[in-house]
Design a protein around this ligand. Structure first.
Ligand SMILES: [Zn+2]
Length: 84
């Protein structure tokens, strides 16, 4: 599982937005953490990083309850086409 790269996303957005009205836009991103349930002791671990080992029993077997997601909450930009 790869960690979501917020900076890479913003970089591609700025490339895509170049020379459009969205150029210079600012946005809010929210990255949810991963939730995994240990297959041995069934305790749930929440982490921003991919889970390495169960914090309770040290087991390495997990069921992923919720994956890491990147949520685009808002994009704000000013229309500068008339502001010379
Ligand atoms: Zn465990």
């Amino acid at each position: 599982m790869h960690r979501v790269n917020e900076e890479a996303f913003k970089q591609s957005f700025s490339w895509a937005a170049a020379d459009t009205e969205a150029q210079g836009a600012s946005m809010e991103l929210r990255i949810t953490s991963i939730r995994a349930r240990c297959q041995v002791c069934h305790s749930e671990t929440e982490s921003d990083d991919p889970v390495v080992a169960c914090g309770r029993c040290g087991a390495l077997s997990f069921d992923v309850v919720q994956g890491s997601e990147m949520i685009l909450e808002s994009i704000e930009y000013e229309n500068t086409s008339c502001a010379q």
